[in-house]
Design a protein around this ligand. Structure first.
Ligand SMILES: CC(C)(COP(=O)(O)OP(=O)(O)OC[C@H]1O[C@@H](n2cnc3c(N)ncnc32)[C@H](O)[C@@H]1OP(=O)(O)O)[C@@H](O)C(=O)NCCC(=O)NCCS
Length: 152
């Protein structure tokens, strides 16, 4: 049987699973409480792979700006295009409302920076010592995707 991928909105029943994935994959994991708050205040999207939660995306929209707040893919599902598919979903869903999407990413998070760069995001700023990880403070890169980038 071919593998099936399915993107849907998250609901209350997903929150524990998302927090468990976060603990596996993030040096600064969101708690179940943070995911629940996001469910009320933001947009939370799930990618199911053969019925299993493989990845998630959280973003907020304020007027014509979107902030990508979290994006994660569980370990067994990495490098199969799920992260890119979730990111493309965010770009396409907001195409008619937003002028730009921005996000913050740990400066040492090469997989994520490559993912965002490949989708058309560019670095627009930096925040020194923004993340307090177990290994000490780490800088953040601020990246943005412009729907109508200024061309030289
Ligand atoms: C970043 C993350 C979401 C990527 O998810 P993924 O499903 O494995 O990514 P994809 O398969 O869609 O890969 C898309 C591109 O991202 C980049 N990429 C992904 N993983 C990479 C890695 N380990 N090393 C280098 N580049 C990588 C590549 O450019 C890749 O394109 P390619 O496969 O054509 O080379 C995943 O590694 C993850 O969940 N990391 C932990 C959470 C995190 O850092 N989230 C971002 C918060 S800002």
């Amino acid at each position: 049987m071919p593998a099936t991928r399915f993107i849907r909105s998250a609901n209350d029943n997903d929150m524990q699973v998302l927090a468990a994935i976060e603990r596996r994959i993030s040096p600064l994991p969101w708690t179940e409480h943070q995911f629940r708050e996001s469910l009320d205040a933001h947009v939370v999207i799930i990618m199911e792979f053969n019925g299993v939660t493989a990845g998630y995306l959280v973003y907020s929209r304020t007027l014509d700006e979107v902030e990508l707040l979290n994006l994660g893919v569980d370990l067994p599902f990495r490098r199969s295009g799920i992260g890119r598919q979730l990111l493309d979903y965010c770009i396409n869903e907001n195409r008619n409302f937003a002028v730009r999407i921005y996000l913050e990413v740990r400066a040492g998070n090469l997989p994520a920076i490559n993912l965002y760069t490949g989708a058309g995001f560019v670095q627009v700023g930096a925040r020194k010592g923004y993340y307090q990880t177990a290994r000490g403070a780490e800088d953040a890169e601020v990246m943005a995707y412009d729907y109508s980038p200024a061309r030289p």
